[in-house]
Ligand binder design. Structure first.
Ligand code: NAD
Length: 264
């Protein structure tokens, strides 16, 4: 048992976005192991099928659409008392503000920021009706310490921190806590694609370099983020709201600038 608390979570429902892959999948699996009923939401139906079953109910949705987010809230509410929401869906596209086309800028901001607004807009009233709960928004260490070619991504993740603090104040009277987790480098398809971008000749070396920048000397796993999120959703975190959790990245060993080494 990897849980931090008793069986208090049993039967409670959590919505996890981006659950078909990477960190979202890790969070969904940890929550399911700890007794949560998980509405696992993603636009990638095939990825969701790989974790569906038992306490994990797949909900295919494009979270940039309000109607899809409304349906997610309705389906989650039918599973039981909605007590958790994890906003994890995201994407990273590269370029400076002069390089990036407007459509790509909009896609990054919409995926990383507007989905949190839309899903929260529809889920929080259901959560309030269930007597309150906990929301965890996934930002990134890139909100705080950045590198080249991530203008839109860094901007969106900085906004997620500000949004989380505002939500924490707005929804405290409804018994809803809101926190924000800023993962360091976590081994997922997204981060492996980034490693290819910055070091196409040797992406594994890039991952090792990023790992070496963390105090623990390695990159993290989706389940390690999942365990932090499980704690923040649990009653053990009942006095925590508005807080920002910086994952192992408070101390970076060397330089933050990985540089752009795209093959010409
Ligand atoms: N991997 C890292 O090192 C790292 C570090 C810091 C923050 N993050 C953040 O963690 C989150 C998860 O990243 P990951 O590395 O697991 O990426 P990932 O690409 O493995 O997973 C992202 C998931 O989000 C889903 N998604 C994207 N747009 C969607 C939409 N419109 N509707 C529904 N689902 C959608 C994708 O289908 C995918 O399954 C992201 O918000 C990312 O920015 C990742």
């Amino acid at each position: 048992m990897t849980g931090t608390s008793s069986n208090a979570e049993a039967g409670r429902v959590a919505v996890v976005s981006g659950a078909a892959s990477g960190i979202g999948r890790g969070i969904a699996e940890v929550l399911a192991e700890r007794g949560w009923q998980v509405a696992a939401v993603d636009k990638n139906a095939d990825g969701l099928e790989q974790i569906a079953g038992g306490p994990i109910t797949p909900v295919v949705a494009d979270l940039t659409r309000s109607s899809d987010c409304r349906r997610v809230a309705e389906e989650a509410g039918r599973l039981g008392p909605l007590k958790g929401l994890v906003n994890c869906a995201g994407r990273e596209l590269h370029g400076s503000v002069t390089e990036m086309p407007e459509e790509e800028w909009d896609l990054v901001i919409d995926t990383n920021l507007k989905t949190i607004y839309l899903l929260s807009h529809h889920c929080l009233p259901v959560m309030a009706q269930a007597g309150g709960g906990s929301v965890v928004n996934i930002s990134s260490i890139q909100a705080l310490a950045t590198q080249t070619s991530v203008a839109a991504y860094a901007a969106s993740k900085g906004a997620v921190i500000s949004l989380s603090r505002a939500m924490a104040l707005d929804h405290a009277p409804e018994g809803i806590r809101v926190t924000c987790v800023c993962p360091g480098t976590i081994d997922t398809p997204l981060v492996r694609a980034n490693a290819e971008y910055y070091n196409p000749g040797d992406p594994e070396a890039q991952l090792r370099e990023w790992g070496g920048m963390h105090a623990v000397g390695r990159i993290g796993t989706p389940h390690e983020v999942g365990r932090v999120v499980a704690f923040l959703l649990s009653d053990d975190a009942s006095f925590i709201t508005g807080s920002i959790f910086r994952r192992t990245a408070d101390i970076w060993r060397t330089r933050l600038e990985a540089g752009r080494r795209r093959a010409s």
